[in-house]
Design a protein around this ligand. Structure first.
Ligand SMILES: [Zn+2]
Ligand SMILES: [Zn+2]
Length: 490
């Protein structure tokens, strides 16, 4: 909307100077900051600029009409008015009477006036003659502090933050001036009994040092009487900006997270929620358990190798052919599978062993990769270490080949527990015994099926513990292994 049009609606079209001033203020707003940050729309901004200009030219301004025109509540308009005025730095004088009316304590007015003039007098008296002429007390902060201290002395409650906002200063400046006033004019503003002799108290000259000329430059040279970077408006603007930046980065990072999460979410066999709810053990405990388990096995393996390391040098140099290697690998796989199947099945069959040893592994109803080797140390020893030693010895593989074999078996076991059905996973292509297959065993209904691990499913098939399942896509993303036949409860 055009400024002159708004001015016409407010009955201000007579004064061309006023409109010109308002236009100048509006341009200044546009240059200095984005007024939409403080919630001041274009029309409201124009109206407020007109009001400021009207005050400057001492033209009567119909505030109620202006509020109606702005379409805002009175409170919102006042807030916008103060914000804009403070940020433009056009507030040069704070009228004591106006403050008294606004804060509902008109009877304080004479006290504030007296207190202020006394303060000025004493302040000037403490200054060297050369500086007295340039001392400037027109800054609103002085009036506001005097007003606040008087109210306090007369036991009237005043909203300090609102006062700081109205006078367009900062809390720190307010506090400085307040201390200075209390020190110099204890008889007027002080509350406590002990009185300070004003002659002994040094006035705070810094208050004046930070005054007009200096601040004008810092603030772009425009009527910067409220100066200081710390004006409440600027502080709020800065806080708004920080809040906005935080919000922005949180949105971006959660977006990124969702993208990353979304990818795996589409291939999970169980939801994250299931993982948290169904598992009977915390991840920290799992990590500790796995580390303990691995240390024990490492010690046992070192001892085992030390005892059996009597191979002659010649053996090490001889490279077995690929066929021999393949045969050794398959033999080792079959041996390990056989040992593990019977031991595993027996652990489920024998209630004592299950309760005290194997149940630890089944605390993970929804398994995850690093929980693959979360076992009772004794189970690690019985199933993995002895099984490993047997497959090593019976296959006749070299220690070097065994490194590859055991690494392969471990990676396979980790994959079986990873809980993800990722596309292109070669284990899922070559092995029927895979993530979904072993996942069935980890479910409460699956504890009588799919004992085979880690490579083949033959023993389950031969001995009738094979549970067929179909992998179906879930609605919310991910897969679900649906059992293809009734399971037995007992
Ligand atoms: Zn089991
Ligand atoms: Zn398992």
């Amino acid at each position: 909307m055009d400024l002159s049009e708004i001015a016409k609606k407010l009955g201000l079209s007579e004064s061309k100077n006023l409109i010109r001033k308002a236009a100048e203020l509006r341009r200044l707003c546009d240059v200095q900051f984005d007024s939409s940050i403080i919630g001041v729309g274009e029309v409201c901004k124009a109206i407020i600029c007109l009001e400021i200009a009207a005050t400057r030219f001492q033209v009567i301004f119909d505030r109620q009409a202006a509020i109606r025109l702005s379409g805002m509540s009175e409170k919102a308009y006042n807030r916008s008015f103060n914000s804009l005025q403070n940020s433009l730095g056009v507030k040069t004088k704070l009228d004591i009477r106006e403050l008294g009316i606004q804060f509902g304590c008109v009877r304080l007015i004479p006290f504030v006036r007296n207190g202020l003039s006394l303060y000025k007098e004493r302040f000037l008296a403490s200054l060297p003659a050369s500086r007295r002429a340039t001392a400037d007390f027109t800054r609103p902060v002085f009036t506001a502090v005097a007003f606040y201290l008087c109210a306090k002395k007369h036991k009237l409650k005043i909203d300090k933050l609102k006062l700081i906002e109205v006078c367009g200063t900062s809390e720190s400046e307010f506090k400085c001036v307040s201390t200075s006033m209390k020190d110099l004019c204890h008889d007027v503003f002080g509350i406590s009994k002990e009185k300070k002799d004003p002659r002994v108290v040094k006035c705070n000259r810094d208050l004046l040092d930070a005054l007009p000329e200096k601040r004008k430059f810092e603030n772009g040279g425009y009527l910067s009487d409220d100066g200081a970077e710390h004006s409440s408006y600027k502080k709020r603007k800065r806080m708004d900006k920080v809040a906005y930046e935080e919000w922005k980065s949180s949105v971006i990072s959660s977006n990124d997270k969702n993208k990353a999460k979304g990818y795996f979410e589409n291939y999970r066999l169980h939801s994250k929620q299931d993982e948290d709810e169904k598992n009977l053990v915390s991840k920290t405990t799992v990590v500790k358990g796995v580390l303990l388990q691995q240390s024990i096995q490492a010690v046992v393996a070192i001892l085992l190798f030390t005892v059996t390391a009597n191979d002659s040098e010649a053996d090490i140099d001889q490279q077995p052919s690929l066929i021999v290697l393949a045969r050794q690998f398959v033999t080792a796989m079959l041996v390990l599978d056989t040992w593990q199947y019977f031991m595993h099945r027996y652990m489920h069959h024998n209630k004592f062993l299950y309760r005290h040893i194997h149940s630890q592994h089944h605390r993970l109803v929804v398994p995850y990769a690093f929980g693959a080797l979360y076992n009772h140390p004794l189970e690690g020893l019985l199933l993995d270490t002895i099984g490993g030693a047997l497959s090593f010895l019976l296959s006749g593989m070299s220690p070097r080949a065994s490194i590859f074999f055991f690494s392969f078996a471990t990676i396979k076991t980790v994959d079986d527990h990873c809980g993800l059905w990722l596309p292109g996973n070669l284990f899922h292509v070559f092995f029927q015994n895979n993530t979904a297959y072993h996942d069935v065993h980890h479910q409460l209904y699956g504890s009588k099926y799919n004992f085979s691990q880690p490579f083949f499913v033959m023993w389950d098939r031969i001995l009738g513990t094979y549970m067929p399942y179909s992998l179906e896509k879930k609605e919310g993303g991910g897969f679900e292994a649906r059992l293809a036949k009734e399971y037995k409860d007992n």
